[in-house]
Design a protein around this ligand. Structure first.
Ligand code: PGA
Length: 254
């Protein structure tokens, strides 16, 4: 990884845990983070919506940052069950994940929806973590690169820059499956994403923008993945539910 990009280690808790679990996990991370004078990584936890307040209180002042897993594209209104980025910001969130493959599948979100959410996040003053990634079928058909390029083009907010937007490459076949991308597969896609970012944003911004890898990242494979030239951190699901594992991944980044 190139020096000017500070690695981000983001924990996506998905639909896991109850109150006590969230408190325990957040406080274990906060305790460790507080001991670091100058952490080499930016650490983020993204709990389920109802735990955002609790997690925010628990990590306050520790340096661990708060994020959310999704948001609506509107600032307010009649959208039962949805949450606005403005409220997330108000609750202390710094980032919101948009376009996770589970949202794309479970809620039929398309690139245009993801882009609208990412733009709403920026409008509210949040950073957007824009997820893209190919399915196994697409990879086997030799379409991994074109699918990722297309998703990036369609999902990236207009006002994207290296400060307000992070990309997460998550091959769908690696999410929660234990099947991690090889370092070569990950680097190849990350390099293509960076190249496409150059086309869209220009050389300077593209060089500064972080591209995270996600999909079965664990303490045992993190070092190798995080050392790749275009991998600037991780978006971690399963292993983010265990403080020791998540911390070990973060240490592998620093
Ligand atoms: P995983 O999930 O680490 O459990 O594979 C990653 C993600 O979906 O963000």
């Amino acid at each position: 990884m190139t020096a000017p990009r500070r690695p981000m280690i983001a924990g996506n808790w998905k639909m896991n845990g109850l109150k006590a679990d969230g408190r325990k996990l957040a406080s274990a991370l906060a305790r460790r983070m507080k001991k670091l004078k100058k952490p080499a990584f930016e650490m983020l936890v993204c709990p389920p919506f109802p735990l955002i307040g609790l997690a925010g209180e628990t990590i306050r002042g520790s340096g661990v940052k708060l994020g959310a897993q999704d948001c609506h594209s509107n600032a307010s209104g009649a959208h039962t069950g949805d949450v606005s980025p403005e409220l997330l910001k108000n609750m202390g969130c710094k980032y919101v994940i948009v376009g996770h493959s589970e949202r794309r599948t479970d809620h039929n979100e398309k690139d245009a929806d993801v882009k609208a959410k990412a733009e709403a996040a920026l409008r509210a003053g949040l950073g957007a973590i824009v997820c893209i990634g190919e399915t196994l079928k697409q990879r086997e058909a030799g379409r991994a690169m074109s699918v990722n390029r297309k998703q990036l083009q369609g999902s990236l907010p207009e006002a994207a820059n290296a400060k307000n937007t992070v990309i997460a490459y998550e091959p769908v076949w690696a999410i929660g499956t234990g099947k991690v991308a090889t370092p070569e597969q990950a680097q190849d896609v990350h390099a293509v994403i960076r190249k496409e970012l150059v086309n869209i944003l220009g050389e300077k911004e593209a060089a500064k923008m972080r591209i995270l890898y996600g999909g079965s990242m664990k303490p045992g494979n993190a070092k190798e993945l995080l050392a790749l030239p275009d991998v600037d951190g991780g978006l971690i699901g399963g292993a983010a539910l265990n403080a020791d594992d998540f911390w070990a991944i973060a240490e592998a980044a620093g």
